[in-house]
Design a protein around this ligand. Structure first.
Ligand code: B12
Ligand code: SF4
Length: 433
């Protein structure tokens, strides 16, 4: 038997940046690791390889976020028109089952670890069911060990996870709806074995908050120090105040952390239930992260109820004044499956019907204090200005003085090189904005 697993091509601008941060989405190597060895499994990330439509497959599995669902449906149609069975998994089919089920033979809702075996045995008997969903969230000791060969040689770094879920529940986010309110941990021994298997490249921890539980993180980072790896991940900026854990993160090889700062206005943050965020502390927490030797990849959103068209200039000044090395700027958008979506839908403010536009690059609903055009113009302006030569120099000068760009004796890039390289990749990517 042969199974093909697909990550559909990213939708929207900025493909150059995606290529610079190339990594196989973790769901697919997990599925491969869960599949019995007598079945051949091929993984295709459409961002880097073309889909082998001409070959025979017993099942095609596609991982689908909401905004890529039209192209995932087109891929499914191509295979199904040739009599090949298709299954969807991930956020789109789980949170939009009625929309998804019409286009596929099977929907695997929620986590795959406890149901993939059943999918395989039904497939062998030619009795694939239309819907699979595990009865409960898994114990993270059941995340399978993944052999290196399940990842692609083209990966710039490997995805890995230590926890699932998030201790918070912001209104605009769908993570808690999908993964539940419980913050779960993977046994540290399992994480270590996985890191050792994948040794040789840098890592990105896909956890929503790698320091969500500081006690667990402390123990994990201590264990990781002897591995001498380089890694990045995501955290909530308030954790920067815990200097012990930040120092251990740096010692264990952390180069930069992605963090959803979202807005500099406390009223905006309050309105979307981003409880932990204290805007008057942001500058101090960024400084503490830098003091630990870790770079900041900040994510900002625009179009909150309190945002007017001056918000872009204020945010740029904040990023430059605080030496934020890397940033992502998005139009706030109502993610399907979030409380914010329900609220805007009830108020009749969502005007966009094209789901591919729900990726942060477009205005999709009527903001209160600016027009949709002002939102899109402001967004284009801040991307271009932040990734201009002048701004890159200003923001990275501190880092470059501390540590010149370079690599270690195994050829792994140091923090300055990584952040400089990513700025250049984003600079190229924004040229088509
Ligand atoms: C890492 C990550 C990324 C990475 C990698 C993306 C990727 N394809 O993996 C990068 C940085 C590229 C990224 C980008 C974006 N992301 Co993102 N990302 C994540 C994050 C933090 C973790 C994903 C992950 O690897 N989890 C671990 C794996 C193991 O879990 P999983 O993917 O859910 O898979 C499990 C099940 O879902 C299931 N499953 C999944 N797929 C399949 C397929 C089949 C066939 C089967 C059977 C089962 C199955 O089995 C797996 C094991 O149990 C999630 C948040 C989260 N906690 O999930 C957001 C998330 C997926 N991203 C999101 C968004 C919106 C984006 C962006 C639009 C952000 C932006 N503004 O640019 C872009 C879009 C990129 C694109 N493709 O167009 C949203 C999607 C919401 C939605 N309803 O669709 C999420 C949920 C975050 C959120 N705040 O809600 N992202
Ligand atoms: S936005 Fe970030 S902090 Fe808020 S619930 Fe989602 S993952 Fe958690």
């Amino acid at each position: 038997m042969r199974i093909l697993l697909i990550n559909p091509e990213r939708v929207g601008r900025g493909l150059a940046a995606v290529r610079a941060m190339n990594a196989t989405p973790l769901a697919l190597p997990i599925l491969k690791a869960l599949t019995p060895e007598d079945i051949e499994v091929k993984i295709i990330d459409e961002n880097h390889s073309s889909i082998p439509y001409g070959e025979h497959w017993d099942l095609v599995g596609i991982t689908v976020m909401h905004h890529v669902s039209p192209s995932a449906i087109a891929i499914a149609n191509m295979f199904r028109s040739r009599g090949i069975k298709v299954a969807f998994g991930g956020f789109f089919p789980t949170l939009n089952y009625e929309d998804a089920r019409r286009h596929v033979d099977s929907v695997v809702a929620g986590e795959a670890e406890h149901v993939w075996n059943e999918v395989i045995s039904d497939l062998r008997r030619n009795q694939l069911q239309p819907y699979y969903k595990a009865k409960q969230l898994i114990d993270l000791k059941d995340i399978p060990f993944i052999k290196k060969e399940c990842f692609s040689e083209k990966d710039e770094f490997y995805h890995i996870e230590t926890t699932r879920g998030c201790p918070y529940d912001c209104d605009f986010c769908s993570v808690t709806n999908f993964y539940g309110a419980k913050f779960r941990h993977r046994p540290i021994g399992h994480v270590m074995r996985q890191l050792e298997e994948l040794e040789g490249k840098a890592f990105f921890f896909v956890d929503d908050n790698i320091i969500g539980d500081p006690a667990y993180a402390r123990e994990l980072f201590r264990e990781m120090i002897p591995l001498k790896i380089k890694w990045s991940g995501q955290f909530s900026l308030n954790r920067a105040a815990n200097q012990e854990v930040m120092r251990l993160a740096a010692e264990s090889g952390c180069q930069f952390l992605f963090t959803g700062i979202e807005s500099l206005s406390q009223d905006n943050l309050q309105a979307v239930d981003k409880k932990w965020a204290k805007s008057e502390k942001f500058a101090e927490w960024i400084r503490m992260t830098h003091d630990a030797g870790i770079g900041i990849y900040g994510s900002f959103m625009f179009g909150f109820e309190g945002d007017d068209k001056d918000v872009f200039a204020r945010t740029l000044a904040f990023c430059e004044d605080n030496g934020i090395e890397l940033a992502m700027f998005s139009a706030l958008f109502p993610l399907h499956g979030s409380k914010f979506y329900e609220q805007l839908q009830a108020e009749g403010r969502i005007f966009e019907t094209d789901v591919t536009k729900f990726n942060g690059q477009h205005s999709t609903f009527h903001p209160k204090n600016m027009t949709s055009e002002e939102l899109e113009d402001g967004l284009r302006w801040i991307w271009n200005t932040f990734y201009s030569k002048t701004s890159i120099k200003k923001r990275l000068s501190r880092l470059m003085q501390q540590q010149p760009a370079g690599e270690d004796d195994r050829g792994v890039l140091n923090t300055t090189s990584v952040l400089l390289g990513l700025n250049v990749a984003f600079k190229v990517a924004v040229e088509d904005f």
